[in-house]
Design a protein around this ligand. Structure first.
Ligand SMILES: C[S@@+](CC[C@H](N)C(=O)[O-])C[C@H]1O[C@@H](n2cnc3c(N)ncnc32)[C@H](O)[C@@H]1O
Length: 212
């Protein structure tokens, strides 16, 4: 009886792992379509690190993962940081990923400022966000917040117009954006949004700071 139970637990664990790794692979493929080969990429809020791991293989360049929590399971170059300053030099990356991270950031301004600092001029930012479009989406976001608030604090979900004006206020131009099916993740059936942003260069950002 005990061995049957252990075997069922092992199967469940293996299945969950396959789902996690498979989901990360699908996202890595989607991200790779908008990034140049050999791009140097920073995955902010990398979580288990599987997106960074797959992307390293697909792009043929090392993708660095960074997070406030030490959850990385995949064999990646992982950096821990305090939520304020990324431990990497200025202008050192061609692209930054923010996959379902901004709604978790307790100080998203600090995160976007750091993204600007580490990104070279004309560099790209790929953002995935959950959007509370309908009452159902708001409910799913609420359950997500319940699960995460004891780990990284309260989540802040925003609508698309709010994200648009925030990105532009931080000196990012939206190159492309599109909704993604809520059914891509059956365990989290909420409206998802995909953005590709381009850094507008330091000049515009300095202008923004001086008028803030
Ligand atoms: C929902 S998980 C997403 C993980 C991964 N990006 C993915 O798409 O599978 C959110 C991640 O953001 C991280 N996080 C929360 N606040 C952060 C911050 N200020 N800066 C960077 N990462 C943060 C959490 O530790 C967590 O790993």
């Amino acid at each position: 009886m005990t061995s049957l139970l252990h075997s069922a637990q092992r199967r469940r664990k293996r299945l969950r792992r396959r789902l996690t790794v498979g989901k990360a692979y699908d996202m890595a493929l989607e991200v790779a379509r908008v990034l140049p080969r050999n791009a140097r990429v920073l995955d902010v809020g990398c979580g288990n690190g599987f997106i960074a791991h797959h992307l390293t293989a697909i792009l043929g360049a090392s993708v660095v993962g960074l997070d406030v929590a030490k959850n990385a399971e995949a064999p990646i170059e992982y950096l821990h940081y305090n939520g304020t300053q990324f431990p990497v030099p200025d202008n050192s990356f061609d692209a930054v990923l923010l996959c379902y991270v901004l709604h978790h950031a307790q100080d998203f301004r600090a995160v976007l400022n750091e993204v600007r600092r580490v990104l070279r001029d004309g560099g790209l930012v790929v953002v995935y966000e959950d959007i509370p479009r309908s009452w159902w989406d708001s409910f799913v976001c609420w359950t997500h917040d319940l699960r995460w608030r004891s780990r990284t604090g309260h989540c802040t979900f925003r609508h698309e117009p709010e994200w648009r004006s925030l990105f532009s206020a931080f000196g990012f131009e939206i190159i492309t954006e599109r909704p993604l099916s809520r059914w891509r993740n059956l365990a989290h059936p909420v409206c998802h949004w995909f953005y590709v942003l381009k850094s507008n260069g330091a000049a515009k950002f300095e202008l923004m700071l001086s008028t803030a």
